[in-house]
Design a protein around this ligand. Structure first.
Ligand SMILES: Nc1ncnc2c1ncn2[C@@H]1O[C@H](COP(=O)(O)OP(=O)(O)OP(=O)(O)O)[C@@H](O)[C@H]1O
Ligand SMILES: [Mg+2]
Length: 304
């Protein structure tokens, strides 16, 4: 049976629960510093990535962590819209030399900092070597001031999305209990694994009625991953309940945890934030975003 067929079968009938996964990947050279880099991504759009990034960021600031959010959803970035802050400049202006990183940073709720998406740059994977070196150095310089860097990568399997996934130390995949979300999450994991050799992903399931539903999504995804991508491991991190307070907070242009801290989804975001912080590992300054430098050594880019 093909992969899509297997997923459909699992969605309809259920499959086996995978064995406990071991920790799977090696500590990168130089790890042991102080910043966690976490990309939040999804195969299918509209599954709640931006809300997760914003509320994770907010929950972590409440836990006294210094949070930097990078809106890496080129072209469609909307963290600023969600938080009601208006960027005048973005990464494009840093690359063009008009502004420094500090000059484009916005202050979000709880004191988190936001680097706005670079509208005008279509594809970060196509930056020149010079631009990558420059950005790499800028991120390294900024990193000393933060404990966590969260990247909202946008949806899909474009080179931009998988590029940013490959640059973060940890990847949070967001899915929801719908067959299309499952197949798209699987496609994203497969492409990122094959293109960037990443082996470990974390799963957050959004829009669920209860934890059981989230665990079922995890079970279905891990079953197909075990079968077709045996080198890949998927960790379950948590779930977010379907909650009308979320669209309400979006309309108010506030983080849910700011507007409705005691709502049912608020507790979910807080739980995920604690787990994510515990279960991710920090990288050193030179390793921020995997080092934009790292990709320069790749043969495909050597002529750039
Ligand atoms: N748990 C939830 N309960 C109810 N509504 C939710 C929930 N999570 C997200 N939403 C709503 O779903 C919509 C999409 O959320 P969000 O913008 O965070 O998704 P996204 O994955 O970032 O989308 P895109 O792929 O377009 O960037 C928003 O209108 C939001 O209010
Ligand atoms: Mg989004």
């Amino acid at each position: 049976m093909d992969q899509a067929g297997t997923l459909r079968r699992l969605v309809n009938k259920g499959g086996r629960m995978p064995d406990t996964l071991d920790s799977g990947y090696a500590e990168p050279a130089g790890a042991g510093g102080s910043i966690r880099t976490i990309s939040v991504t999804s195969g299918k759009g509209g599954v709640g990535k931006t809300n997760l990034v914003v509320n994770l960021g907010y929950a972590l600031t409440k836990q006294n962590k210094r949070v930097l959010i990078f809106d890496a959803d080129m072209g469609l970035g909307n963290i600023n819209v969600l938080l009601g802050v208006t960027p005048k400049y973005n990464l494009y202006h840093v690359l063009s030399g008009e502004r420094e990183m500090e000059g484009i940073m916005l202050e979000g709720p709880g004191g988190m900092k936001i680097l706005p998406a670079a509208s005008g740059i279509q594809d970060m994977s196509q930056l020149t070597n010079h631009q990558k070196i420059f950005l790499s150095q800028e991120f390294e310089r900024l990193a000393v001031n933060f404990d966590v860097l969260l990247l909202d990568t946008g949806a899909g399997i474009s080179s931009n999305v998988t590029y940013f996934c490959s640059k973060a130390r940890d990847i949070l995949v967001v899915a929801m209990p719908e067959p299309t979300s499952l197949t798209d999450a699987y496609a994203l994991i497969k492409v990122t694994h094959e293109k960037h050799f990443l082996k470990r992903f974390k799963l957050v399931v959004n829009f669920v009625r209860n934890e059981k539903e989230a665990k079922e999504v995890y079970r279905q995804l891990t079953a197909v991953i075990d079968k077709f991508l045996p080198k890949v491991a998927l960790d379950y991190v948590g779930y977010v309940l379907r909650d009308d307070h979320i669209p309400k907070s979006v309309r108010q242009q506030k983080a849910l945890l700011e507007s409705y801290p005691f709502s049912k989804s608020g507790k979910c975001f807080e739980d995920i934030a604690s787990r994510v912080f515990e279960e991710t590992r920090p990288v050193k300054g030179e390793g921020i975003l995997g080092g934009f430098l790292g990709s320069i050594q790749g043969k495909n880019l050597s002529a750039r």
